[in-house]
Design a protein around this ligand. Structure first.
Ligand code: PLP
Length: 364
C-alpha cells in the first residue's frame, strides 16, 4: 500500500468538474488579474472568518510582508515570533528591515509560550506574529492583552489554520490582522500560489490594496513604493469552489486525527491539545525519540512521513547574524528532534489508517 503524506490528486477527482468549469469561465472572461472572482472570494473569506475585510494577495509570504509594511514596521523595529514555524513567519520581518525576536514554544502545544512572551518586549518592539502551528490556534485574546499593555500590533500567521477556532472565534479574526496562505498543500489550497489578509481595520485594508498594486489607488498615480502582489483570477475561482468544501474537509481531518488519538497513544507522543482550541489538523504531528526508526518503518510499509521542522529558525544559517545559539530555545529544539507528520487528510481510507497505525505501533 502506497500512502502519500497528502493526496491532492484524490481531492481533485472529487471536485474535478466544478474546478474545470470555474477555470474555463475565467478563460472565457478574459479578465485575469484584479477581477470579479478575486473580489468575490475576498467577501467570502471575510464572511467565513467573521471579519469586515479580506484582501487577496499573491501568496502567504506577501500577506505578511504587506501587512508589516502597511503598519509601518521597518528598520530599527523588533517583531516577536516563534522559532518553531515555517521560515516565512520570520523571514518577512527581516525582509521589511526589522529584526525578528524569538520566544520559545510551549512543549505541549508547540505554539509560542505566552508565559515567556512579555519578557521579550523591549522599547523597540512593534509587533507580535503568533503562528497557529499545524492548525491549532493559540490564545490570541491573551496575546492581544499583552500587546495592549505595550501598544503592539498583532498579526496572526494563520497560514496553517484556516477555519480553526479558539473559544468559537476563527483563526485570523482576533489579531489586528490575520494572514493566510493558499499554497497547494494548505487546508484550503490553490493550484499555484495565493494568499489573503483578513482584518476589521478598514484603513489597513485600504493600505494593503494600495501596496499590492504598486502603491497606487488610482491607476498611474503612485503614492508609495509598493509591490506587484495580486491573486490571479484562476486561483481565486479555484479557491471559491474549494471554500465550499472547507468545513467538511476540516471535519474529515478531525475524524482521522481522532482515530489516531485513539489508536496511537502507547507508541508515540500525540499532538498536544489546548482544550479551548478546535484544530483543523493541517498536519498531524506525533513526537518520538525513535524518529529515524519510525520513518524507516513507515517507508518500508509504503507510508510517507515528513519532518516539520528539522531546524528551528534561530539556528537557520540565514539568521546567524541575529546571534542565537543552540540551547537558547530548548523546547523548540526538542520539537525539531522529535516531530514527525503522518498522513492525515479527508480522503484517507480506514484501511490506510489501520495500516499506518499498525506500522507506528510495531515499535512497541
Ligand atoms: C505556508 C506558510 C507561510 C507562507 O505561505 P506561502 O503562501 O507559501 O508564501 C507562512 N507561514 C506559515 C506558518 C506557513 O505554513
Amino acid at each position: 500500500m502506497r500512502i502519500p503524506l497528502l493526496d491532492l490528486q484524490a481531492q481533485y477527482l472529487t471536485i474535478k468538474e466544478d474546478i474545470n468549469q470555474a477555470i474555463q469561465k475565467v478563460l472565457d472572461s478574459s479578465v485575469y488579474i484584479l477581477g470579479p472572482e478575486m473580489k468575490t472570494l475576498e467577501k467570502e473569506i471575510a464572511a467565513f472568518c467573521g471579519t469586515k475585510e479580506a484582501v487577496a494577495v499573491a501568496n502567504g509570504t506577501d500577506a505578511l510582508v504587506l501587512t508589516l509594511k502597511a503598519y509601518g514596521i521597518g528598520p530599527g523595529d523588533e517583531v516577536i515570533t516563534t522559532p518553531f514555524t515555517f521560515f516565512a513567519s520570520a523571514e518577512t520581518v527581516a525582509q521589511v528591515g526589522a529584526t525578528p525576536v524569538f520566544v520559545d514554544i510551549d512543549p505541549v502545544t508547540l505554539n509560542m509560550d505566552l508565559n515567556q512572551l512579555e519578557d521579550k518586549v523591549t522599547a523597540r518592539t512593534k509587533a507580535i506574529i503568533p503562528v497557529h502551528i499545524f492548525g491549532q490556534m493559540l490564545d490570541v485574546e491573551r496575546v492581544m492583552e499583552i500587546a495592549a499593555r505595550h501598544a503592539l500590533i498583532v498579526i496572526e500567521d494563520a497560514a496553517q489554520a484556516i477555519g480553526a477556532e479558539y473559544r468559537g472565534r476563527k483563526a485570523g479574526s482576533i489579531g489586528n490582522a490575520g494572514t493566510f496562505s493558499f499554497f497547494p498543500t494548505k487546508n484550503l489550497g490553490s493550484y499555484g500560489d495565493a494568499g489573503m489578509i483578513v482584518t476589521n481595520d478598514e484603513h489597513l485594508a485600504g493600505q494593503l490594496r494600495m501596496l499590492r498594486f504598486h502603491g497606487c489607488r488610482i491607476k498611474y498615480y503612485h503614492e508609495e513604493i509598493g509591490y506587484n502582489s495580486r491573486m490571479d483570477e484562476i486561483q481565486a475561482a479555484i479557491l471559491r469552489v474549494k471554500l465550499q468544501h472547507l468545513e467538511r474537509w476540516n471535519q474529515g481531518r478531525r475524524e482521522k486525527a481522532a482515530y489516531y488519538d485513539r489508536h496511537l497513544p502507547q507508541a508515540v507522543t500525540l499532538p498536544g491539545r489546548d482544550p479551548n482550541a478546535r484544530p483543523i489538523y493541517h498536519l498531524y504531528v506525533i513526537r518520538t525519540d525513535e524518529r529515524k526508526a519510525l520513518i524507516d518503518r513507515l517507508a518500508e510499509g509504503g507510508v510517507a512521513s515528513a519532518i516539520y521542522y528539522p531546524v528551528p529558525l534561530h539556528l537557520q544559517r540565514a539568521f546567524k547574524d541575529l546571534g542565537y545559539k543552540a540551547g537558547d530555545f530548548p523546547a523548540a529544539e526538542k520539537a525539531c528532534e522529535q516531530a514527525l507528520a503522518i498522513p492525515c487528510y479527508p480522503e484517507l481510507t480506514i484501511e490506510q489508517q489501520e495500516w499506518i497505525v499498525k506500522l507506528v505501533n510495531k515499535g512497541e
